[in-house]
Every structure is written in C-alpha cells, then in structure tokens.
Design a protein around this ligand. Structure first.
Ligand code: SF4
Length: 337
C-alpha cells in the first residue's frame, strides 16, 4: 500500500508529522508550490465531480500527494461551504475507491487503519458492529442487516462489498472535523488559490439550484418545503421522505424529468437509480402512488410541525390546493396593476 495514495489514514498523518514541515513553509515556500497546486486540484475536483488520479512516481511526487491532502482540508475549511464539504469528502472517498482496485493484501491494512477488522482471506467475515458503523448510510436493501448471513456476531462480505464499505468509511473519516478552525491569516495566504475555487463553486451551485418550473412553490406545506431545503443543500433524504416528496411533486403535475433533475443536487446522485424510483412512483409499473397523509407523515417523523393551515387539513395535497387557490387571485390582481 502506497501511503500517499491514502493520505487520510492514521499512518499517513504520522508520516506527515514526522516530516516536520511547518505550515508557514507549506503556504509560502516556492519548493512547495506543487503541493499547493495539487491541494487546489483536489478541491477543484470535488467541486466539478472527481479528483484526478495522479500516479506519483518520484519521491517528490509522493510527497506532494501526501502533503496536498491536509492542505486541501485547509482550503475547504477556508471556503467553508456545507455543499462543498460533503462533495469534498465524497470525492476523496471515490478517489480512494478507485485506487483500492489495485490492492489485494493491502486492503486489510487499509481496513484496519479505518477501524474495520475483516477476518479470513476473502470473502471476509466482518463483526456486525463494525459492519453497521460502515454501512449505516447505504440505503439499498442488500446492505440491511436482516438481508445478511449474520452468524455468531459475524457476517460475510465479498471483496467488492468490502471496498464499498471502506469507501464509505473514508468518506466519513474525511468529513469528520471539517471545517477545521482555520486562522484568517492562513486563508489570506491561500487566497490566490481560493478565489478561482470560490468562483467555480458558485457556478456549480447555481446550476444545482432547485428549479420547480411552473409549480406554485409558495403553496407548499411545511413538510415539503423542509424536504426541498434538504435536497437543495445536498442531503440524502430517508426513504419515506423521498417517497413523500416525489409522490407529492408528481401529483401536482411536475414531470418525472423535472423531479429527477431536482435530485441532481446530491453529490452522490445516481441518475439511473433515481430515474427508476421516480418513474416507479409515477406509475411505470401500473400503480401511480399517492403521497402519504399527514398522519403517516407524522408516524415516519416527516412532519416538521403544523402551521395554522395544517390544523385544518389532513393531507399535504389539501394544504397545497387550498393555499394555491388563495394565492391565485392575489397573483391575478397583482398582474392587473
Ligand atoms: S400537518 Fe401535514 S401538511 Fe402540515 S407539515 Fe405536517 S404533514 Fe405537512
């Protein structure tokens, strides 16, 4: 395992410490320019989609790869944007996953460093508590504990699954502690790199902005508004919330295409999977699903609390219809002014 390929590990952090370079030198010395450039490239990759995988060959290239990681964390912290923080952690995890494809025995060293202790020589046995910690954000049914061969506290994972679990562990590890508490003077010294990154981030965020087309957004009930806000900031919705949001938007005549585009704000947006889910709810399999009632929304923790109108309705769609009607004359009279 080349430690510069996995700069987020404990071992890499110890190596960086043992090298003893001062932050002052990293930020200012000409000899560290390649480190600063690679750090900016890591952040830019996170903004635009993926970090380029640089094959380090010389000692100097390994060093740049290793040191660019803590510096990239500083840059991300200076930019201090919640969407970027998540995209950055995900991009580092995806880069690590790509590099893992060339690993065999070293996979275990990496797993151990990340707090996972698979046993055997593949497929591996993994202790259930470690599995749950790594897989708790994976939503597809195959990751659910009830669908695994749990025996005496251990379950089996294939090589591919272990790599996915490690990718998820990397994402969590990278995101942990971000944003770092950085001094303004440090950010000022990085400004030459931060200015273009800030510009690119704004462009990407503008592109990701939720566009609801002709729908009367001001008539949305509090539950739907909260879910849309979550989607807009790139968070993953729980399955029940995702279902409620998609079925509601389809019901008020947004097209499946418009709804799919809406979820494009998520850094780990998978178009094919989203398309399948949205089209399924829209009725591709013969049943067009209706959004859940307020009572069901409350049971699943998807009702953020009622407002005045909520107290007079029992369904989010009734809320929308009443409020949209109330908004319509207002809009007409405004247009006539
Ligand atoms: S009461 Fe119904 S419409 Fe109002 S926020 Fe809760 S679930 Fe939504």
């Amino acid at each position: 395992m080349r430690i510069s390929d996995y700069p987020f590990t404990q071992e890499a952090a110890e190596r960086v410490r043992s090298l003893g370079y001062s932050l002052e030198n990293l930020l200012g010395k000409t000899s560290f320019k390649s480190v600063r450039s690679r750090a900016a490239e890591r952040v830019q990759g996170a903004i635009t989609g993926s970090i380029p995988d640089k094959q380090a060959n010389s000692e100097a290239e390994h060093l740049a790869e290793l040191l660019s990681y803590p510096l990239a964390r500083l840059m991300v912290s200076c930019l201090d944007d919640s969407i970027l923080l998540r995209r950055y952690a995900l991009a580092e995890a995806k880069l690590a996953f790509k590099r893992m494809q060339n690993e065999k025995l070293e996979l275990i060293l990496l797993a151990n460093d990340l707090g996972l202790h698979p046993q055997g020589s593949g497929p591996w046995k993994l202790y259930f508590a470690e599995y749950i910690r790594a897989a708790h954000r994976m939503h597809s049914p195959k990751w659910k504990l009830v669908n695994r061969d749990l025996q005496e506290g251990y379950l089996t994972v294939t090589e591919e699954e272990l790599k996915r679990l490690l990718e998820e562990a990397v994402r969590e590890k990278v995101q942990k502690g971000l944003p770092l508490p950085v001094d303004e003077t440090v950010c000022a010294k990085l400004e030459d790199y931060l200015t273009p990154l800030r510009g690119e981030l704004e462009i990407v965020k503008a592109r990701l902005k939720v566009d609801l087309g002709k729908v009367e957004e001001s008539a949305f009930p509090p539950c739907i508004r909260r879910m849309l806000a979550e989607v807009a900031r790139g968070a993953n919705l729980a399955h029940s919330a995702r279902f409620a949001l998609v079925s509601f938007l389809l019901q008020i005549n947004m097209t499946a295409e418009e709804v799919i585009r809406l979820f494009n704000t998520s850094p780990d947006f998978e178009e094919e999977r989203t398309r399948y889910q949205v089209e399924h709810i829209a009725g591709a399999s013969g049943t067009q699903y209706k959004p859940p009632s307020c009572a069901t929304m409350t049971t699943y923790g998807n009702c953020p609390g009622e407002d005045e109108l909520c107290r007079r309705i029992r369904h989010p769609l009734s809320y929308y219809e009443r409020k949209a009607k109330a908004c319509a004359p207002l809009k007409t009279s405004e247009a006539q002014k």
